[in-house]
Design a protein around this ligand. Structure first.
Ligand code: NAD
Length: 434
């Protein structure tokens, strides 16, 4: 019997306190609700697990190059730390909201849990447009944000990492600022930092590599051979660019990729090496690339391919796109690329969706390796990192697949069940401190 979600029961779970249900936190809650019902979470556990443990909002004054002082708003949300120190990136964006950071922090909790990492979930954000800041302004902003959150961060407390518009250099400033306040060099306080400062080999490519591993596992489930598979990738950045390259190395034909400037299609397969070179030489985008047919992002998302990898941003696959979608497998490189309304349509069409909290978990898994190496003071080769990553991602895929099968639900709900269950079990054992 397929699992049927009882909408009436959801009302009971919401009591007694109201929960913020705006998008994208709403998007997370829609799926959490179903997992909560399958797990028969008590209303108390339900409320505890969907609410963030702590939310920090800080006003960050920065002296701009002009001498004027500008104040930016910054967030750090610790969603849960029952399994260990909280882990999650810092996003710099003009439209980042506390609601979005809350959703991303919760996704980190379920993601770390389902991959069996000893971490809870967190996320940070600063409302700013990095393109309008000079490198010095960006450095001052990062350092003041870190100093404001000095009591929150720590290798045993809360460990940031890069996310949208933050990079290795910004992590280096976080490391340095934290270390200056702590009066010792503390490289385990942040991951995704440069290798020269204790970063891990393989970290930069880890999210795309994880996407490749789970996409291959899904092909195997559908008895597809990589060399017979076509692939379309939305987003040609860290995640999308790497996933496209690695899937091509496995024999797949990557027929389409897109970035913020639009989509590029060649039914015989794209020359990814040449496209990467074009991006390097043309200000970081594919604009002006002429050796492929130009298509829109919508056309890319609905192409008749075997595998679609959305690796750009949230809410790209809505109900309409889902209805027209031609892929057999979706491997979600981005966080939240599929709107909850599309889930049902995709299930009816029997599209195998590898959900974000599983498909893009390679990044945080390699971050865990980086933290372990920092604490041991002993570094691994790139091969060791990649082999361990492949093993952990494959094991997580198999566990999610088995859980989904057991409850007759989608892989997405299976992933939530697995992620929420481990945290709930740990909470039950720890009990509620009075
Ligand atoms: P990135 O900035 O390196 O690349 C983003 C790509 O998406 C760029 O090519 C950009 O041009 C493209 N893009 C932006 N808007 C677009 C649009 N409307 N249509 C098509 N393409 C568009 O970012 P990234 O690190 O690759 O992250 C991509 C996604 O993966 C985000 O959702 C991020 O949260 C998620 N993610 C990243 C990591 C990581 O380790 N980098 C880990 C987990 C999840």
């Amino acid at each position: 019997m397929p699992f049927k979600f009882d909408v009436q029961k959801r009302a009971a779970y919401r009591e007694p306190a109201p929960i913020d249900r705006d998008t994208p936190f709403q998007s997370m809650m829609e799926r959490f609700d179903v997992a909560a019902e399958i797990l028969e979470l008590t209303p108390g556990f339900y409320e505890y697990l969907c609410r963030p443990a702590r939310m920090h909002v800080t006003s960050i004054p920065v002296e701009m190059d002009s001498g004027r002082i500008k104040v930016f708003e910054g967030y750090r949300v610790i969603h849960n730390n029952v399994l260990g120190p909280s882990k999650g990136g810092i996003r710099f964006a003009p439209d980042v909201t506390l609601n979005e950071v809350k959703a991303l922090a919760a996704w980190m909790t379920w993601k770390c849990s389902l991959v069996d990492l000893p971490f809870g979930g967190a996320k940070g954000g600063v409302v700013c447009d990095p393109e309008e800041l000079s490198p010095k302004e960006l450095e001052r902003l990062t350092r003041r944000y870190t100093a404001d959150l000095f009591d929150v961060f720590g290798p045993d407390k809360d460990i940031p990492a890069p996310d949208m518009n933050t990079n290795e250099q910004i992590m280096a400033w976080v490391l340095d600022t934290y270390s200056m306040h702590a009066r010792r060099t503390e490289n385990a306080v942040v991951t995704g930092k440069p290798v020269a400062l204790g970063g891990s080999k393989g970290r930069r490519e880890a999210t795309g590599r994880g996407v490749m591993t789970v996409a291959l596992a899904a092909m195997e489930q559908l008895s597809l051979t990589p060399s017979d598979c076509t692939v379309a990738v939305q987003g040609f950045g860290n995640v999308g660019g790497t996933a496209a390259r690695l899937l091509a190395e496995q024999g797949c034909t990557v027929v389409a990729v897109s970035d913020v400037t639009g989509g590029y299609y060649n039914k015989r397969g794209l020359d990814l090496e040449e496209m990467r070179a074009h991006v390097r030489q043309n200000g970081g985008t594919l604009a002006g690339y002429e050796k492929a047919q130009s298509i829109t992002n919508e056309e890319l998302l609905t192409l008749d391919v075997d595998v679609l990898v959305p690796a750009a941003k949230e809410d790209q696959i809505d109900r309409e796109i889902a209805e027209d979608l031609g892929a057999r497998i979706i491997a979600e490189g981005a966080n939240g690329p599929t709107h909850p309304e599309a889930d049902e349509v995709l299930a009816e069409k029997e599209v195998l969706v590898i959900p974000d909290i599983l498909a893009n978990a390679g990044g945080v898994t390699a971050s865990y390796f980086e933290w372990v190496q920092n604490r041991e003071g002993f570094f691994w080769t790139e091969d060791e990192v990649n082999q361990r990553l492949d093993r952990m991602m494959r094991r997580a895929f198999d566990k999610v697949y088995a859980t989904a099968d057991e409850h007759d639900v989608s892989l997405r709900i299976g992933a939530y069940v697995l992620g929420v269950r481990r945290v709930a079990e740990a909470l039950r054992m720890r009990g509620i401190y009075a």
